[in-house]
Design a protein around this ligand. Structure first.
Ligand code: NFE
Ligand code: MG
Length: 504
């Protein structure tokens, strides 16, 4: 007989996610992922000036706003027939690159690491660092108090196996604090040409509105150097340390094994060459991506709209009391197939394509260091490894893009908004493939649909009853103690869910 375990809310992610698992003989045999609220951005956009879209859609999220702004701009650029000049494209890559780095560092250190690093180890700290000493006193008092919900972001937590070495734990805690500074720096990097963060003001169809100056280039260069050093010296090695201590997580949380990437960071004017390429992996076979194969099912989602529509025709009609539905997240599918999106999907596509030398070298280097094979990447730890590797590739590329900027050259090409038009903006957010579909009638937005990374990953069952990627990844996970299902939270957090985005 199975025992039902509810993890609601699942904390240390963005937004409100409820996970229900059915456990039999200490193993998950069935799992359900539910997005717990509806937001309605697609309805809010209808009837608005199309130029509002990149500002309004950035408000879908404070973690990946630049990706939403970018998807919106790409959709509009198709509708307007405009492409940015070289400076505009480079600036957009730098703004988006900074946002990727910020988001990945946030995820590993502030959301996921405390599933592995033992925060209680700080009570054994004997050094003189005043911040760590303060933290020690704080955690000590929280651990000894009877308060059920202490004020720290660290407690309460599930008990379970954490890293054993005090030294490694304290290093992890120190890097947790360092990572706060790195996130601030990455936000600053974003703001140099984005105007401000979290929601950049300078993104516009046709380019950006911020001019390139030698002073701004210099400021960006010094920030990028610091971020590169942190990724090289801390992030990559901390992920490797976790991997060495928890090798079983290269087998746990494998998921559907199918991957989808739209590609991102254009390196040519027509968008044809990108740093990370588009592609589809189904059953280890790499295929070309075809946007017409994307549909969204809603049989088990709280919407009364027609199921299985392509986003260009998609509808979002909330139906809070719908029978048989258990989530506000739709179920996007590619050719009716369940797909995982995110850093692992991007890395898998480029690894299998074999043309991106840096992806191949970094993946092979890390696998050799850990004594793992490429197929082990499809796992909980593989997702963390892919995110860290991607952070390095993006930061190193930012250092190259900033050198290619030309002060005095245009950053923007003008356009006119047509009376009618359509556009599809496909890009990647830190959490995976992101698409916005736009239609204009009478100079106003008449149709807007977003299909978002976490909508793919945390989707409920589709019309055929197939569970979504997170639901599939949970099935088979060992649960040692049903009162402390830490193993399940590790699997879910490896996807870096953002439910605020998923339910948009
Ligand atoms: Ni709200 Fe977002 C997601 C990312 S969406 S964080 O899902 O990355 O684009
Ligand atoms: Mg949508």
């Amino acid at each position: 007989m199975s025992i039902t375990v509810n993890i609601d809310p699942l904390t240390r992610i963005e937004g409100h996610l409820a996970i229900r698992i059915e456990v039999e003989s200490n193993r998950v045999v069935n799992a359900f992922s539910s997005g717990e609220m509806f937001r309605g951005f697609e309805a809010i956009l209808k009837g608005r000036d199309p130029l509002d879209a990149q500002q309004i859609t950035q408000r879908i999220c404070g973690v990946c706003p630049i990706s939403h702004g970018t998807a919106s701009i790409l959709a509009q650029e198709i509708a307007y027939g405009v492409i940015p000049p070289k400076n505009g494209r480079l600036l957009r890559n730098l703004i988006l690159g900074a946002n990727f780095i910020q988001s990945h560092i946030l995820h590993f250190y502030h959301l996921a690491a405390l599933d592995f690093v033992d925060i209680a180890a700080i009570t054994k700290y004997k050094g003189k660092d005043p911040v760590l000493r303060d933290l020690k006193a704080w955690v000590q008092s929280e651990l000894s108090s009877n308060v059920i919900y202490p004020a720290t972001p660290f407690l309460p937590r599930y008990s379970g196996e954490y890293i054993q070495s005090t030294e490694l734990n304290i290093q992890g805690i120190k890097h947790y604090l360092d990572a706060l500074d790195m996130r601030r720096l990455a936000h600053k990097m974003c703001a140099v040409f984005g105007g401000k963060l979290p929601h950049a003001t300078t993104l516009l169809p046709g380019g950006v509105t911020e001019k390139v100056t030698a002073r701004k280039i210099a400021s960006l260069k010094s920030i990028i150097k610091e971020l590169q050093a942190f990724i090289d010296n801390s992030y990559l090695s901390d992920v490797a340390e976790v991997a060495l201590d928890f090798p079983e997580y290269f087998r746990i949380g494998k998921g559907c094994g199918n991957f989808l990437a739209y590609g991102v960071f254009p390196e040519s004017a027509d968008n044809s060459k990108k740093l990370f390429s588009s592609g589809v992996v189904i059953g280890e076979k790499l295929m070309a991506f075809d946007s017409t194969k994307i549909t969204e099912d809603v049989r088990h989602s709280l919407f009364s709209s027609r199921s299985g529509l392509q986003p260009s025709e998609g509808q979002t009609v909330p139906s809070p009391h719908k029978k048989g539905a258990y989530s506000w997240i739709k179920a996007p599918r590619y050719n009716a197939t369940v797909m995982e999106v995110g850093p692992l999907a991007r890395i898998m596509v480029d690894y299998l394509k074999g043309k991106n030398r840096k992806v191949k070298d970094l993946v092979n280097g890390l696998l050799a260091r850990l004594g793992k094979k490429p197929e082990d990447l499809v796992s909980t730890l593989g997702r963390h490894a892919a995110r860290a590797i991607e952070s390095k590739i993006v930061a190193d590329k930012c250092a190259e893009w900033v050198e290619q900027l030309t002060p005095g050259q245009p950053v923007f090409r003008d356009f006119t908004i047509p009376e009618t038009g359509r556009g599809m903006g496909l890009t990647e957010a830190p959490r995976g493939a992101l698409g916005h579909w736009l239609e204009i009638r009478d100079y106003k937005i008449s149709h807007y649909q977003c299909v978002v990374p976490t909508t793919w990953n945390c989707s409920p069952r589709d019309d055929r009853g197939n569970p979504g990627p997170v639901e599939q990844a949970l099935t088979g996970t060992p649960i040692v103690d049903i009162k402390n299902p830490i193993e399940a939270t590790r699997v879910v957090r490896s996807f870096d869910p953002c439910i605020a985005c998923a339910v948009h």
